[in-house]
Design a protein around this ligand. Structure first.
Ligand code: ATP
Length: 238
């Protein structure tokens, strides 16, 4: 990593008003790589994703696809190929499934939006069956699938996922991770996944980071984190 990383954070500090919540975070993501971020509540995981999307004030170096993004707007970063699925889904409840997908393709300039909606209906058959249903009346699992498909409609090179499995039944969580793995393989999208479900996330990821109180406490290959004594105790429960 380093020079040719898709995403590179060096010494990133993030602020809510005068309060510093990230204290010099280094993190890289290579093209097509899946990175998991673990950490207790309040460790700064959401703030990390918000820093990348330019939704919070930061200091330090943030680079995406070889260019500095620290001074960029959220719109600009999205247009460059970053897409986020916020915690709590963020679908447009009053719009139909199909209109949510169309809205997700809004920043695109190519004419493949229709073909891409068909692709996502193939990946998520349940969404196809409910294409005219308003997003607000979908089940939690369907809404999460829609939020992910919608985020991917912008054809991102990097997808940021904030606790995608939160509140979903175990079987739905497994389907969700299967779908993410498929998307990763077929679309070569890099991902940063903030996840409480550490076992599933580490299975899918190549590397991981543990955040503690706004700083990186541990980083390394997913397999090594999986075997780490403190990670097992805190996040894997054995
Ligand atoms: P969780 O899993 O609970 O979402 P997290 O690891 O994502 O936790 P963050 O939400 O990034 O943690 O929060 C990091 C720190 O920033 C916490 O101390 C939190 O209280 C603080 N914080 C988060 N959002 C704001 C905000 N809008 N204004 C002020 N402080 C905030």
């Amino acid at each position: 990593h380093g020079q040719d990383s898709l995403l590179e954070l060096r010494g990133v500090r993030a602020f809510y008003g005068a309060v510093e919540c990230l204290h010099g975070v280094d993190l890289t993501v290579a093209d097509g790589e899946v990175v998991v971020v673990l950490g207790a509540n309040g460790a700064g995981k959401t703030t990390l994703l918000r820093s990348i999307c330019r939704l919070v004030r930061t200091e330090g170096t943030l680079r995406f696809a070889g260019e500095a993004i620290s001074g960029r707007s959220t719109y600009d970063v999205v247009r460059r190929g970053v897409s986020m699925v916020p915690q709590g889904r963020g679908t447009l409840a009053d719009l139909s499934v199909e209109d949510n997908l169309r809205a997700g393709g809004y920043v695109r300039r190519d004419k493949q939006v229709k073909a891409d909606i068909a692709y996502w209906y193939d990946v998520f058959p349940r969404l196809a069956r409910r294409r005219s249903t308003s997003a607000g009346s979908l089940s939690g699992g369907e809404q999460q699938m829609l939020a992910i498909a919608r985020a991917l409609m912008s054809k991102p090179r990097l997808l940021l996922l904030d606790e995608p499995s939160l509140g979903l039944a175990p079987i739905v969580v497994r389907q969700l991770f299967d779908v993410l793995a498929r998307v990763c393989a077929e679309r070569a999208v890099a991902m940063v996944i903030v996840e409480q479900n550490a076992a599933l996330a580490l299975d899918m990821a190549q590397r991981g980071y543990v955040l503690e109180a706004g700083a990186v406490a541990l980083a390394g290959p997913a397999g090594r984190l999986h075997d780490d004594e403190s990670v097992r105790r805190a996040y894997l429960g054995y």
